[in-house]
Design a binder for this molecule. Structure first.
Ligand SMILES: N[C@@H](CCC(=O)N[C@@H](CS)C(=O)NCC(=O)O)C(=O)O
Length: 236
């Protein structure tokens, strides 16, 4: 008889060997993964890379052998031999392999709960994150001033904030999905965290502010930022 889907999806191993998270000193995507690793108490080490093409660069030969797309995060798991990249794929792998109790979601076994989980993750990775990334780019890095592009991406970033604000009404700002903190919140938090760097404000989004402040106080979240910061300074 075929096992029910829940048993097929969830791994049953405890990680004996330390996982390796490839990261960079800035950038929200590796932080998401570190938050999930912390919350699942999975032992991990950090390998820090620089942006660019040098020997320690994400576009250099050594890193491209791990991630053909030359971007962090990437994750190597010696317990299973799996190499993952793209934060969505990395986090889904960790949940399937190590979140035995479904602590980080989906919070129930219904089809709707699975779809709700996926749709908010997809909205983050294909909607909010690229808009905020482009705000940062045109605010800080684009070689020539392009006010129109910046205004376009700022407006689109705020549009995604409006969508998140409306969703948070369902839990009064407690978490993006019902049932408490999930990996969906881990996906969004490090991107919203960028708002000041992008010259944005949360003043018009009180529930995002409430949600943000609550997550900022979580010990595992603080630890994820501290670990990446320490590794960036060579203190790990
Ligand atoms: N969609 C990817 C994006 C990964 C990504 O953009 N990573 C940034 C840092 S947050 C990066 O590696 N940038 C370096 C580059 O583009 O050269 C994900 O979710 O993991």
């Amino acid at each position: 008889m075929q096992a029910p889907p829940e048993q097929v999806q969830r791994g049953n191993m405890a990680p004996n060997q330390v996982l390796l998270l490839h990261a960079h000193e800035s950038g929200p995507n590796p932080i998401k993964v570190a938050i999930v690793l912390e919350l699942l108490s999975i032992p991990y080490a950090l390998k820090m890379w620089q942006f660019g093409h040098g020997p320690n660069g994400v576009k250099g030969e050594a890193f491209l052998a791990i991630n053909e797309n030359g971007r962090v995060p990437a994750l190597e798991d010696p317990n299973t031999g799996v190499v993952a990249w793209e934060s969505g794929a990395v986090i889904n792998y960790l949940l399937a392999e190590y979140d035995h109790d479904g602590k980080l979601g989906p919070k129930d076994a219904s089809k709707q709960a699975r779809v709700d989980f996926d749709k908010w993750v997809f909205f983050l990775v294909s909607g909010m994150a690229p808009m905020l990334g482009q705000v940062n780019w045109f605010r800080h890095y684009h070689a020539v001033d392009n006010k129109d592009a910046l205004a376009r991406f700022v407006a689109q970033a705020y549009r995604t904030f409006d969508v998140l604000e409306a969703q948070l009404k369902k839990t009064s700002g407690a978490s993006i999905l019902g049932g408490g903190f999930s990996a969906v919140d881990a996906h969004f938090y490090p991107w919203v965290w960028e708002y000041e760097f992008g010259g944005l404000t949360l003043d018009g989004h009180p529930l995002i502010r409430k949600w943000f402040d609550k997550i900022a106080g979580m010990e595992e979240v603080k630890k994820a930022y501290t670990e990446i910061d320490k590794a960036a300074k060579g203190q790990n």
